[in-house]
Design a protein around this ligand. Structure first.
Ligand code: C5P
Length: 232
């Protein structure tokens, strides 16, 4: 399982997303559809991209009471996506309910991945605004263990944390890692970055790559370079 490059389709319309995917002729990349594209185009865009043969990570980061999340996950499972996510901060009961909602009789369910702490939350903010005064790294690992305990398949984390997550939650617990840049590329707003090759060495299972591919002069070549470096 795993070891794939997921392209973050951070685009705001169907036409931009399909134009981008039209550039690929010989491969069908795994893509991430986030809130921007989903809220612009709704479930139809998910069905359309799926029908073109792509695997889909639907990145909607659910966080609500268990019953609501369970029922919502059942709708997402019906879209036939391959990976979905939620906030581990919603608690173990919510995560377990999400898994129940995703179950598809007679076929495999989408992978369920947890967000631990958003990378926009610093130690200082976490203490001041959320009143959590433990070290951030400990909080992230604790949430990851809660997710593993609830039966989830993995977490979103930095490639730099992938080894620790595998140590604490088991080698088959998936690490889905953004923050990837080519050695000769722009950092954008990502503070801590690694190259695809380094992400592989650190044990990432999936890398999520947006701008280094979307904004490349030749996106297909950039995607191929990512795959070559990451899957070695
Ligand atoms: O353009 P870039 O490669 O930075 O895109 C990374 C993608 O991963 C974006 O869709 C971003 O929202 C997502 N992401 C992230 N950091 C996280 C969680 C998700 O960059 N901690």
């Amino acid at each position: 399982m795993g070891k794939d490059v997921i392209i973050a389709l951070d685009l705001d319309s169907r036409s931009k997303a399909l134009n981008f995917l039209d550039g690929f002729s010989s491969e069908k990349p795994f893509v991430k559809i986030g809130m921007e594209l989903y809220f612009a185009e709704g479930p139809a865009i998910v069905r359309e991209i799926k029908s073109r043969g792509h695997k889909i990570f639907l990145d909607l980061k659910l966080h609500d009471i268990p019953n609501t999340v369970k029922r919502s996950m059942a709708r997402l499972a019906g879209l036939d996506v391959d990976m979905v996510n939620l906030h581990a901060a919603g608690g173990a009961a919510m995560m377990e309910a999400a898994l129940e909602g995703l179950a598809r009789p007679g076929s495999s369910r989408p992978l369920l991945i947890a967000v631990t702490q958003l990378t926009s939350i610093s130690q200082e903010r976490m203490e001041r605004e959320l009143l959590i005064d433990r070290p951030l790294e400990q909080v992230v690992m604790h949430y990851a263990k809660n997710a593993a305990g609830a039966g989830l398949d993995g977490v979103v984390c930095s490639p730099l944390e992938a080894g620790k997550v595998h140590e604490g939650c088991g080698g088959s617990f998936l690490t889905v890692t953004p923050g990837v840049r080519f050695a000769d590329g722009e950092m954008g707003d990502q503070a801590r970055v690694t190259t695809p090759a380094r992400a592989r060495e650190l044990g990432s299972d999936y890398i999520v790559v947006g701008r280094p591919i979307l904004q490349a002069a030749d996106p297909v070549a950039a995607y191929r370079r990512c795959v070559a470096e990451f899957t070695g």
